[in-house]
Design a protein around this ligand. Structure first.
Ligand SMILES: [Zn+2]
Ligand SMILES: [Zn+2]
Length: 429
């Protein structure tokens, strides 16, 4: 949705505004508000709505969600909306659809609702509610805010009004736009569905794509994501088969690059810059969808917790169901085994509670035991493998045989005997 002033006055006067939806949809429940730049001392200045740097990630994600719905958020005509922090310290006002994505932001921070009633007193008239055009008498530099419902979603747009300024307004720089060909999560490298084409363009203030523009792409993996609490040098994947980082927009204004996901899961930022154009950031989520945490149970215990990988028991629902079935069955056998005479059992171990070590991280991908983004845990990337606490030495032979029988013969999966090298059995699905 956009709000556009069709006249800007020097020295104050009447300013007319038009609001419209990007796709021509009808605007419902429209309200308008003129918010002067500085009002009472106890009001929150709009500058407070600037994205705090510490929350830039959250804001970026939210804006992306909104933009994917095909709505255009116009802030002030002289400050383009960017993902992340506004360039040049611009005012940043976004009202996000309710229920979209994570919402770590204080709502009041980005919605000047708390002060609008006070500011309203500074506005002459508010007779334009319910219309897609509005004319206000303004005497002070400020912003016109429109709020409307489109397809049931509350959206806001803002247009900047300059009053008393002389001379032409500065030109709006072009901006880089990165459009992923697909939405949703990319698989980690090597698992299929692990790349996507990014459409790159540089558009001027009128929205026209500019040919012959060089766009430099840089990749940055967001640290501390997807269950890797350790940080440093997280691999971000690669653009283009040759690893090229610069592309030139063609005659049609488009450049296309292939983005290859890394083998490690987590969010990756694609930054696009082009001379003086406003930079773009696109965030790509990399991971295996649909993994869930193994809940605690009576017949098994979750082991192998490490601060660097605090969530190490994620798997596919079927894998987890079969692990529970295995543990239940082992527990029954343990009760029988306990009744064997000592002369038969000897020193053999047959615990009634199965120790389940690493399965997969929250979004799968490389499970780097050595914290180096490389896989010694070859098979733990898709939530279909688990390491079981069955130990080396003959004392665990009966127990190992029982696991093997249940997992392979009854449940039809595979067991890798890594007892001598890694002191566990590797059960895969
Ligand atoms: Zn890791
Ligand atoms: Zn394993």
């Amino acid at each position: 949705m956009t709000a556009t002033p069709n006249a800007l006055q020097a020295g104050g006067g009447s300013v007319s505004f038009v609001a419209s939806a990007a796709d021509g949809s009808a605007l419902e429940n429209i309200t308008w508000q003129y918010v002067p730049d500085s009002v009472g001392a106890d009001s929150v200045p709009l500058a407070a709505a600037r994205a705090p740097q510490s929350q830039a990630g959250a804001i970026r994600a939210e804006v992306r969600t909104a933009l994917e719905r095909g709505d255009v958020y116009t802030l002030r005509p002289d400050h383009e909306l960017v993902k992340g922090r506004p360039a040049g310290g611009g005012i940043f006002f976004v009202k996000l659809p309710v229920g979209a994505g994570p919402k770590p932001l204080a709502r009041g921070l980005l919605q000047p609702a708390a002060k609008t009633s006070r500011n309203a007193a500074a506005v002459a008239g508010s007779a334009c509610a319910g219309s897609t055009t509005c004319t206000e008498t303004v005497t002070q530099t400020g912003s016109m805010v429109v709020q409307a419902t489109i397809h049931g979603q509350a959206l806001s747009a803002m247009a900047r009004v300059q009053v008393g300024a002389s001379g032409p307004r500065p030109p709006i720089p072009p901006k880089v736009v990165i459009t992923p060909a697909a939405t949703g999560m990319l698989a980690p490298k090597g698992l299929g569905g692990d790349y996507e084409v990014l459409d790159i363009s540089v558009v001027d203030s009128a929205g026209a794509r500019l040919p012959g523009r060089t766009v430099t792409l840089t990749l940055k993996a967001e640290e501390g994501t997807a269950g890797h609490a350790h940080t440093g040098n997280k691999p971000p994947g690669a653009v283009d088969a040759q690893g090229e980082e610069s592309v030139v927009t063609g005659a049609d204004g488009w450049a296309h690059v292939m983005y290859q996901a890394p083998a490690v899961s987590g969010a990756v930022e694609v930054h696009g810059t082009s001379d003086s154009a406003t930079a773009a950031v696109d965030t790509i989520e990399v991971g295996v969808a649909g993994l869930v945490a193994l809940a605690p149970g009576a017949t098994y215990t979750l082991i192998g917790w490490r601060a660097e990988h605090p969530d190490n028991h994620f798997g596919t629902p079927q894998m987890l169901a079969d692990l529970r079935a295995l543990a239940d069955s082992l527990s029954l056998r343990a009760a029988v085994y306990a009744r064997f005479p000592d002369s038969i059992r000897g020193t053999s171990r047959f615990p009634s509670v199965l120790g389940i070590n690493d399965i997969s991280l929250t979004l799968g991908g490389v499970f780097d035991l050595d914290l180096n983004w490389r896989p010694p845990h070859e098979d733990h990337s898709v939530g279909r493998s688990a390491d079981l606490d069955v130990r080396r030495g003959t004392d665990d032979d009966d127990y190992a045989a029982a696991v093997q029988t249940i997992w392979e013969v009854r449940l039809h999966h595979r067991v890798g005997d890594e007892r001598s090298s890694r002191n566990h059995l590797h059960a895969s699905f």
